[in-house]
Ligand binder design. Sequence first.
Ligand SMILES: Nc1ncnc2c1ncn2[C@@H]1O[C@H](COP(=O)(O)OP(=O)(O)OP(=O)(O)O)[C@@H](O)[C@H]1O
Ligand SMILES: [Mg+2]
Length: 385
Amino acid sequence: MYPIAAGIVVQTRELWDELNRSLQNLSVRLLFELSELPPDWAGFLDRIERVRPDVIVLDVTRLREPLEDVIKRIRSTAAQPAVFALNTTAEPAAILDALRAGASEYLYPPLHDALQAALERLSKTREQSREGQKPTGKMLAFVSAKGGCGATTLACHVAVQLPRLVHSKVLLADVDLQAGLIGFLAKTKSPYSIVDAVNNLQRLDQSFWHGLISNGIPNLEILTAPTAPAAKQVLAPQLKQVLAFARGQYGWSVLDLGRNLNGNTLSMLDVVHETYLVTTHEVPALHQAKQMIQYLVDSGYPKANIRLILNRLPKRLDVTLDELEQMLGLPIFATLANDYQALQDAYAEGRLVDDKSHLGKSFARLTAKIAGTTEDKKKKFTLFG
Ligand SMILES: Nc1ncnc2c1ncn2[C@@H]1O[C@H](COP(=O)(O)OP(=O)(O)OP(=O)(O)O)[C@@H](O)[C@H]1O
Ligand SMILES: [Mg+2]
């Protein structure tokens, strides 16, 4: 039997007494008991995220907001608790309203038997969904130290090559909400973007997700960034939930986070296993890279999960890679040569860089290293990719 953890929000004295009596005989772990919904929704939702109840037993007799909105908010958390509506009356209209608003059960006194049956039903569905859950996949993020260092280029080329190496379905998600280019580079057809996932969190399941993604390349599914300026503002916690959902759907996910690591992007890194910081050898980019590493480390992101990539390396470099590593305080994970023409030619023909070209082979080596399918030699890279 799946053990149920519950949160209780009950104001009516009669219901409170009944509920407490009934719960004494039932094996339910109580996570919180409140007399009413707190006015601070953000704090309350945060609490739900942290303690992860399976159910919230909610007194619906004196709500300040429509029940439908309350349930929507509660269900928008990653914990997605069920909501049992508790009322003093068994009027059919009240029952119908509560169920239409999204309550999974409607309970009224005498509570004990109905509550027990409801908890057993919930326990069964939780058990089934736990059995059906796949282990969460690996999520990688590419971020540019400074605009134009190559995060998008690398994210695209790595994502295209990953499925073959990791033998699983891969997601490429454009989380560069301001200037996402992946839809254009990968020639996707879907009119939807990651913002549609954020705006429909309460409906987010496999079939809804399927309607959002593009899948022209075998085993690679792509979720683009929005193109409409109005759609570019989304809230970080919701975005994080979408990513957490995605992580459960794919063996590997590759994110393009764009050029900035700000408050928004940073909280998303909670669900990201490895962050690939793409820089060039140019002084301003190196300066930004160093600042970004510091910012990440100061914010508690594990330094060991930051992978530094030096892109667009010229044939002649006036510092050594050792010096750069020392300056940045991190080993360089990979280097890629500067090959503007190869990319221009590919894009002009509406494709990605050919695997057989020099740059294409560098992308393949980088992907293999990320996938863990190559053994590191003593020196972890060759100078020119
Ligand atoms: N190894 C490379 N050699 C030559 N040109 C490259 C290389 N990598 C990327 N570029 C080019 O650099 C430009 C910027 O690349 P890209 O768009 O991938 O950078 P970005 O970090 O995603 O930029 P933004 O900050 O605008 O999102 C593009 O024109 C791309 O073709
Ligand atoms: Mg980009």
